[in-house]
Write a protein that binds this ligand. Sequence first.
Ligand SMILES: Cc1ncc(COP(=O)(O)O)c(C=O)c1O
Length: 1011
Amino acid sequence: MSVNKLHVYTVSEAEALFQEFYGLAAKASGLPSERDQNFRMDTAKGESCVLKLYAPETDVCWLDAQDQLLIELVNQDAGLPLPRLIENNKKATTYKITDCNGQDRFIRALTWLDGEVWNKAAQKQSLDFKQIGELMGRMDLALKSFMHAGADRTFLWDVAQASAHTAFISLIEDAEIKAIVESILEKFSKETASALSRLPRQVIHNDANDYNILVDKQGKISGLIDFGDFIKSHRVCEVAVACAYAMLAQKDPVGKICDVVSGYHKVNSLCEEELAILYDLIRVRLAESSCMAAQQYAANPENEYLLISQKDIRDLLRKMEQINPQVVHYRLRDVCGYEACAGSRKLEQWLLTNADKIGPICQHDLSPENVLVLDLSPLSVNEEGIPRSAEDATNVIFDLMKDAGAAVGVGSYLEDRDVYKGDFFETVDPDEKRTVHLGIDLFLPAYEPLYAPLDGIVRVHNDNTRDYDYGPVVILEHKTDEGQVFYTKYGHLSRSSLELWEDGKAFKKGEVIGYLGPYPENGNWAPHVHFQLLLDLMGMENDICGVAARSEINVWSSVCPSPNLILGMKTKCQGDVTRSSKSIREERARHLSPNLSLSYSEPLKIVRGEGQYLYTEQGEQYLDMVNNVCHVGHCHPRVVAAATGQMPVLNTNTRYMHDNIVNYARELLATFPDPLEVCFFTNSGSEANDLALRLAQNYTGQKDMLIVDHAYHGNLTSLIDLSPYKFNRKGGKGCPDHVKICPMPDGYRGPVKWDDPDCGDKYAAMAIEQLSALQKQGRKPAAFIAESLLGCGGQIVLPDGYLKRVYEAVRGAGGLCIADEVQVGFGRVGSHMWGFELQNVVPDIVTLGKPIGNGHPMGGVITTRAVADTFFNGMEYFNTFGGNPVSCAIGQEVLQVIRDERLQHNAAQVGQHILGGLTEMMARYPLIGDVRGRGLFIGAELVSDRETLEPATAEANKVVNLMKEKSILLSTDGPLDNVVKIKPPVCFTIENADQFLKEFDVCMALVSQAR
Ligand SMILES: Cc1ncc(COP(=O)(O)O)c(C=O)c1O
């Protein structure tokens, strides 16, 4: 074992010192360290701390700076996971002692932080690297105004002092690493250092390496330790250090630094100039590390700690030689919300506004009649799945063009293709290839001429002779009249074209710049030109990518805007890029409001639906038991046909006469009892409820509303006011003055139970109390609004007689009665078309939503002639989209499918089957406190104690997530979020119900056992 000469204290001496200065008996154990001696001290009481014994000749000013820095950090941001200084019995946090050699040393104790070091964390693969950035961003914010003479020092671990490392390069033994380090440091001295000198400076921690960051069992950062490397330097160096270590031993090192940087930027914005040199600085830090290790190892070969992570650093330095630094720079800009390639949108605008100045690139008319857009992935293999030769592909493609009467075949921009062969389509990530096309291909006969679309000069010309490469390729450089430089690239040309090209040669718009090449000289492809528009050649010149990795698509689509800006084809020639789940989450975070939530602890990416099933990208099938919107089944073919039948014919508004709106109105109103005879069409349930509110307030001349507790009626301002589910929960502003809340008639959890023969009357009496309270204030109700079965309230069936009594009282007081059927209507309750019919009442207004369009955004309001006529007071009700011919065609088809497929009857039968199964399970699992519902609107309420009704919220959540593992989608609801809610599409079958019951049984057993 190596011996560190600076480490003179034994474990028992450390214990004695701790007793002497901190007055506590503790067990010491040594911790690894380079210079100082550190011990973990564990007291008998179970408390722990770190005892630090600094190496002789440690600078007092530097130690004081560390004390002040820790104090400043805690003062500025108390939530930072940092150790706290412990005062000793001399009232000092850092104290001088003399060691056995008569040398002065300083002793200091810090609180212990729990957690594993990041590098060794059990769940290392799934750690979220954004956390590192966020932590360091917060640290730097907290240190922004901190200054201490001890931080203003010359220090070799300062990235900004990289040039000082040149002296150590010769000590690096590995020749390849030595050369890499040399070139990194040379670039730093020549270019980066001066750019760095202009960037913001402050005191930074400067050592966020993966041995200094601690994580808890959930993978969350629980601590940052080791403040010995702090220094006043450039803020971006902090990020560079964190990134350098984050990249080590990673399959996707650039992805990791994107995470770190986006985390940092979220809390502490980085400027574009910092991002421009960040990747260089990361490389500098790694180069410095190699130099320091070589130098220190030479001086002190027995200290193995010096070599920690050197192998990973060498591997990373080699890997980074394969990574294009400009791509990294643009990725970093993208994750920070800057335009990935600055100027891309500006060029796009210039090309759009100067379209008339752009000439054709080929001799063919590119109008829709003359082009055929090809799907190249399936065409690249033959019927047996064997890749086609260039000759075979040519025959197939040109035959297809001939059949379509098209002179030009088109391969799309951003098409994700499975056609690329050869190792130059590999990336540093073994799991990813470059597959997304950045140009537009025009398939034309070999030897046809190509023309310059704008004046330009030859910037790059070459014969890329590898198989499946470009063959002869030319890149022209152009300039906008505002001086912006951009490029057009033409690949797969003929060898004879090479004679036309020389460096800097000017081509006028319309001049021949080359000819399409035949295979094999064109790279061995069917004859076509790969035409690409670029803002930057990224230092790659003739090897500039024409195809990109999916993970880099934000960058490449910014560097290479659509070439159709030049070609001007009216045909769709752009593919839809599919993203990884991680990328979708990042894009959501970047471009959507965080108010949008995702379901499940591991959210699903669903790409297809059919009937009661949903499918992931990988084709995994899920049984959908939550979606009461796609009521007659996802993508029901008849509903789809109704939409696609009407969409190409006409879609206007209600100011023109059209059959669809009146036919639909007749058919819909026929399902309602008299006197409900007038309908309005809206675009959502919220709009329907808002209109209902206006109708009621207009009819009665009153404003006050009676509502049921825990209800949700929609996302408009007027409806948040009527939704205790929102106004009484997180972010809510409480009950507004014009609203009175009636207790929820919950026969399970409420004060009156189901088995009370007067249950309905008693809850109605509670509602009437609220009405009386209103009247006592000298006010009258505009309306009482309630769902016919309570959804957000927890799938509650109203007790018999409830609505009848309440409606009578409200009407007696001059108010109207509104039934919100947005969740439960259209036959879901099985025995009836509408939920209110279960209660033997006829509302004055009924509102419709969700299932009405089977997923198409629609809503509706049904009311009486009297209410509608009163609303006709001179002000037009105009709704741009409500009642349009497409929506009406869809709505009508949904009604007919419900009828033709007998779906109401199905809801009754399958619902009964599920209720029966769950009720039987309730006898076996005490966790199931209540099972209730009508038709396919069912709830199972989980409780941990049937007497106290303690909600089993965590268990309900667990069951839902376990069921997802069994490919069944459910969710929870209710005021206590402990009700498993069941509301599948009404085409749900008995077999589906049996599958659900079987798996639910298994999950209930698992969750019950785990308690
Ligand atoms: C009972 C009820 N009413 C109204 C709405 C609002 O409908 P939309 O989201 O279509 O605006 C909802 C939506 O969840 C609802 O559950």
